[in-house]
Design a protein around this ligand. Sequence first.
Ligand code: NDP
Length: 289
Amino acid sequence: MTETSTTPVTILGLGAMGRALASTFRAAGLPTTVWNRSPGKAADLIAAGATSAPTVEQAIGPGGPIIAVLLDHASVHATLDPVADQMTGRQLINLTSTAPAESRELAAWAAAHGIDYLDGGIMAVPSMIGAPGAAILYSGSRQVFETRRGILELLAAAEYFGDDAGFASTYDFALLATMYAMFGGFLHGAALMRSVGVSAAEFGQRAAAWVTAMTQSLPHQGRVIDTGDYTDPVQSIAFHKSAIDAINRASHDAGIASDFVAPLRTLLDRQVADGHGALGFERTFEELH
Ligand code: NDP
């Protein structure tokens, strides 16, 4: 079975992301029914041709895939538990950010109610939905992914990672962990640059170019980690400890808290103390287990 532009879709949750998904479906002409816990968020979607349902039960009535894009795991249960029996035989696509164990729990909950469950991790902000650069990672029901792939690709590039419903979420959070460390480093750098009169906006321009250049080394670092051989470093742990110690002194002198730098400093200090200073920076990975 493949869907066409006549496939009805239901969106549960009209936060920033749910609204972006719903308006993208409407722009593609899909019959779109929306529901939100608090009323009053559907006016522009109704103007674009969506149907606003006053209850979850009515929202899932049209019969197509049900897409949940709610705040968190608890809100998915709060919304769907009361209608679980009406969802038997239906397809549920959960794009709410849930931790891997929560995604697996939802898959088991769905299976117990005869619901076909696909989990998704959205690698985009709302303004990117429907545009190049957006991606959504999926795992769980292959049947749901394959039958709904056409409409899912209206939202973002769609990639499927197998039947473990927690896999996509794990990938999502691994990428977010990478992003947050980068954002934290940027805030620290911006604070340092303000101490010498450079605006954060100006620093942002230069930092973007620097981070882009540095990220080119990630695949190489990944290969080193996978071999577990850290004996031929590009730069050693001792080298990086020296740099981090200097950043720490610079921050102290500028009156800036070192909270973003401190965790890495701790990991490097520990490895030097344990005699690993001559090994490659990537060995820090081993300290995380
Ligand atoms: P918002 O905070 O804008 O919206 C949250 C939505 O969840 C609202 O519709 C809210 O309803 C609803 N909600 C909260 N608690 C409950 C509850 N107990 N019962 C029913 N509904 C509830 O978040 P977003 O739309 O931005 O994000 C939605 C999901 O998408 C999140 O899991 C988020 O992590 C994920 N996501 C968002 C991205 C983004 O950039 N925004 C990027 C990637 C993923 P109400 O209006 O009544 O409060």
